[in-house]
Ligand binder design. Structure first.
Ligand code: CAO
Length: 553
């Protein structure tokens, strides 16, 4: 029997990264490609897959520690069959670039994991007392930067357990949680959210019971702040968000921005952070977001959960009884996407309206511009015109740019036009959102769509890039087909499917002409939109696409 280390692969980043999650426990049987740990750099969250099958015999890391390329994460004891054949060794594998840096399987002595760095931090002199209660000042520890901003703070009077988070600070380099040195009650708060602080500033006064070992004297220490994660370069403009809500589109699980305490809480409650809208700086998921999310989930109509359990309770079938099979693990995006699509299909009564637009003139105009726009460095796509035309029609029929509240009591009409675009990627369907389309010209829309589709395919979309759509377009025109029935992307109420245009014989007046016809498939939530409105919407779209001069009226 031999031992095999699974180490931090080549992450493509300089320096150390944080361990965010450990997905295995000692004694677990793991297979090649099972995720053993999740790491986070300042640019991305990365999953480390197992490069070897076997039993986890040692874990060398814990969440919060920093690791760099080559550091051991876990040790796997190889099963004797694997041991002798090395059949399951995988030296280079998927989500991250694991390359020649992964050692081949040999027996190696693994040194114990580097413990979390816990530099003691001197705090200001506590008021020592022989009475039952003593007071202790919690101060800002060495933050490794000139200043930081308070982004989360306990409330006055809160009863804290030892190590409970008193405040979360964010500098331009990192986010830090400052824990309570002892269990106690928050007597005085010296700060408020948004304040700028520097090392040594007072945060709070804690009232500590004597039964809890009080701070001895001015040499008392509190653990150094846990460095949660380096600040992520997120979209500079934050959308005003008032309520936490389920993300309306599948997102890459790796991009959620949240501190360790929030991650821990999410794990304890079994909440998928991907589904929580972060309202903190840079779309960070805060504790209150988790709470709102939970409340919202509990308030959901029972029908949603009963239909979900309906699919979950389907019996597992052993297909190997009928012949050879192959098991292909689904990507996280595919899994999130599947849930969202099921929800849409099971909870929204939807109807699809078909129509056909004559885009002969539009295409002639577009093609005539191709050379010029290519020189300007962008491709003038049909999809960009579609977005512009859809916005014009949404303005005329605002119910298509709305959401139904959960109780079905109110229709929420949106005054903005954020258009989701379904993009096919290697890992599954992503829906980046082109914001404020009504304020943009066809050229800017074309450029932005190209950029969003590239980000989606390169897995570089941020959660904010995929939130807030008010209407979605799914174009299969580049592939083919005559029509399809797209599923409404909840909480939106309508989605437009576009298929491949075809030359068709069409009577124009008395004359039979070859015209380029574009098939349109509009699915809508029948609770909000009735059939007549659906037909009027597609008719209006046909009109605009047939003569794009309508766009300037
Ligand atoms: N009819 C005929 N040709 C079309 C067309 C249409 N409706 N739409 C696009 N084309 C052509 C384009 O003009 C382009 O041809 P040229 O290279 O000669 O100009 C070619 O098809 C490829 O287009 P494209 O699909 O790469 O680009 P796009 O701007 O039309 O679409 C995007 C971009 C991101 C929507 C697309 O690449 C994509 O991912 N589509 C799949 C979306 C999907 O999976 N939807 C299903 C979701 S389930 O509801």
């Amino acid at each position: 029997m031999s031992m095999y280390p699974i180490v931090v692969p080549d992450l493509g980043v300089d320096g150390a990264v944080d361990v965010i999650e450990i997905n295995v426990a000692i004694g677990d049987q793991i297979k090649v490609d099972d995720i053993v740990a999740v790491l986070e750099s300042d640019k991305a969250t990365l999953e480390v897959p197992a490069t070897q099958s076997g039993t986890v015999s040692e874990i060398h890391i814990k969440p919060g520690v920093k690791v760099k390329q080559g550091d051991p994460l876990i040790t796997v004891t190889l099963s004797s069959s694997t041991d002798s054949t090395q059949a399951n060794v995988k030296t280079a594998s998927a989500p991250i670039s694991v390359s020649a840096t992964v050692p081949t399987a040999t027996v190696v002595a693994i040194s114990p994991a580097t413990p979390a760095v816990e530099t003691p931090q001197v705090i200001s002199a506590p008021v020592t007392s022989t009475d039952t209660l003593v007071s202790e000042t919690v101060v800002v520890p060495d933050i490794g930067a000139d200043s930081a901003t308070v982004i989360e703070l306990v409330s006055q009077g809160a009863a804290l357990a030892a190590e409970a988070i008193v405040t979360v600070l964010e500098s331009d380099k990192a986010t830090m949680e400052v824990p309570a040195p002892h269990a106690g009650k928050v007597q005085t708060l010296y700060l408020k959210v948004g304040d700028k602080v520097k090392s040594g500033d007072k945060i709070a006064e804690l009232e500590i019971k004597q039964s809890e070992p009080p701070p001895v004297n001015k040499d008392s220490v509190v653990p150094a702040p846990k460095v949660a994660e380096p600040s992520e370069q997120r979209a500079a403009v934050l959308e005003p968000v008032t309520t936490a809500r389920v993300l309306d589109v599948p997102v890459s699980a790796s991009n959620v921005h949240a501190g360790p305490a929030v991650r821990r809480m999410a794990r304890e409650f079994g909440i998928d952070l991907n589904q929580v809208m972060g309202t903190g700086p840079k779309s960070r998921v805060l504790k209150q977001d988790l709470m709102r999310f939970t409340k919202e989930r509990l308030a959901r109509p029972v029908v949603a959960s009963s239909t979900a359990s309906l699919t979950e309770s389907l019996p597992e079938i052993d297909f190997s009884r009928f012949g050879a099979i192959e098991l292909l693990p689904r990507s996280r995006i595919q899994k999130v996407s599947a849930k969202n699509l099921s929800r849409s299909s099971l909870t929204i009564p939807q109807v699809t309206q078909f129509d056909e637009a004559d885009i002969t003139d539009l295409e002639a105009f577009r093609r005539a511009q191709t050379e010029r726009t290519a020189k300007e460095g962008y491709k003038l796509t049909l999809l960009a015109f579609m977005v512009k035309a859809v916005v014009a029609v949404l303005k005329k029929y605002p119910d298509f740019n709305s959401s139904l509240d959960n109780q079905g009591e109110n229709l929420i009409r949106k005054q903005y036009y954020h258009i989701g675009i379904a993009v096919e990627t290697q890992d599954g369907l992503m829906v980046p959102v082109l914001k404020n389309a009504e304020q943009k010209g066809v050229k800017d829309i074309a450029i932005e769509l190209q950029a969003l589709a590239s980000l989606a395919r390169d897995k570089k979309l941020k959660p904010a890039d995929m939130q807030g759509a008010s209407f979605t377009i799914s174009s299969l025109g580049g592939i083919g087909g005559t029509a399809f029935t797209p599923l409404v992307n909840w909480p939106e109420v309508a989605i437009l499917g576009v298929s491949k245009s075809q030359l068709k014989p069409v009577y124009v007046g008395e004359e039979l002409q070859a015209r380029l016809c574009l098939p349109l498939s509009l699915s809508y939530d029948h609770r909000v939109i009735d059939g007549a409105a659906g037909a009027r919407f597609t008719r209006a779209l046909v009109e605009v696409l047939g003569d794009i001069r309508y766009l300037v009226l």
